[in-house]
Design a protein around this ligand. Structure first.
Ligand SMILES: CC/C=C\C/C=C\C/C=C/C=C/CC(=O)SCCNC(=O)CCNC(=O)[C@H](O)C(C)(C)COP(=O)(O)OP(=O)(O)OC[C@H]1O[C@@H](n2cnc3c(N)ncnc32)[C@H](O)[C@@H]1OP(=O)(O)O
Length: 279
């Protein structure tokens, strides 16, 4: 993927020179040190290998540019933040592909979860499974108050199982008992329920998600970076190390689990159901 610069937005000067890749738009504002990263992989921002790769490249570019201290993650696709992992990457492929794909999923989580940036999820659409995981890696989550925008780790509804580091991320956010129930039942929470259980930090009207994210960002960026980053690291490093210590085993575990005929069948059936739903 190549990073492309696009023309500055009207009346904004250099600080808003947008850049990004085909599937990840980056709207940087150097003056405030905040960049907005938008997933743009229509129709539902499914986390394809390409999107994961482009996301990692764009995130790394922002992390390496000391101008930026905070990033807001949001969607350029209407009604959907992200539909989660791209199911077509996990069925009908070969073990080598599954391994490559899962390594990219791990990489995205590792980079986001321990990022030195302030990360705020401006959730402007449905946020199941992998989409929910991305929002959980952020420091703060704002969800649009729309009953269609469900959020949760619903893997069991597909007949699959969220891996331990998905589980750990959820437990770190909503606690063990709430996670135990949410994961086993594959719960997708309504905005008010997500707020109540602590899955999101704020629920606001749809047209206030981004402005709210910007004002929350200002509050987080008022904290001296070094102190905040060391504190974030203290809170999250044990969780991250659990995966780092067994990354290859986790990949092998994924490949053997996802390659099972029974799992392939349930993923195919789930995809078919998604397509019938429209018919
Ligand atoms: C012990 C454990 C060991 C190892 C680990 C084992 C297993 C791995 C664990 C995996 C973790 C997985 C996490 C995941 O993210 S799996 C993906 C789960 N995602 C979902 O369940 C969401 C499915 N999608 C939806 O619910 C809806 O699409 C929606 C609410 C997001 C949006 O609804 P819309 O009505 O707006 O859009 P649709 O008509 O449903 O979809 C449009 C289009 O997109 C296709 N599509 C939707 N979601 C996905 C997806 N996740 N991947 C690929 N494609 C997707 C859908 O089929 C439609 O396609 P067509 O236009 O009909 O071609």
């Amino acid at each position: 993927a190549t990073i492309r610069r696009t023309e500055p937005t009207a009346g904004s000067g250099d600080s808003a020179r947008r850049f990004g890749t085909q599937r990840v738009l980056v709207e940087p504002d150097a003056a405030s040190g905040v960049a907005v990263m938008k997933f743009k992989n229509p129709p539902v921002n499914s986390l394809s290998l390409e999107l994961l790769t482009e996301f990692i490249i764009s995130l790394e570019k922002l992390e390496n540019d000391k101008t930026f201290r905070g990033v807001i993650l949001t969607s350029d696709c209407p009604r959907v933040f992200s539909a989660g992992l791209d199911l077509t990457e996990m069925c009908g492929k070969n073990p080598a592909h599954y391994a490559e794909y899962w390594k990219a999923v791990q990489e995205l989580w590792l980079r986001l979860y321990l990022s030195n940036l302030v990360l705020i999820a401006a959730i402007n659409g449905a946020c199941p499974a992998g989409g929910c995981l991305i929002s959980l890696t952020c420091d703060y989550r704002i969800l649009a108050d729309n009953p269609k925008y469900l959020i949760g780790l619903n893997e069991t509804l597909l007949g699959i199982v969220a891996p331990f580091w998905f589980k750990d991320t959820l437990v770190n956010t909503i606690g063990h008992r709430a996670s135990e129930q949410a994961l086993q039942l594959g719960l997708l929470f309504l905005p008010a329920e997500a707020l109540q259980v602590g899955l999101v930090d704020q629920v606001v009207p749809e047209d206030q998600v981004l402005s709210t994210a910007l004002s929350v960002m200002a509050r987080w960026m008022a904290i001296p970076d070094h102190a905040r980053q060391l504190t974030k690291n203290m809170m999250r490093k044990t969780t991250v190390d659990r995966l780092v210590k067994q990354r290859d085993a986790d990949i092998q575990n994924f490949v053997s689990f996802i390659s099972r005929d029974s799992i392939q069948k349930s993923l195919q059936m789930y995809l078919e159901k998604l397509k019938q739903k429209k018919g």
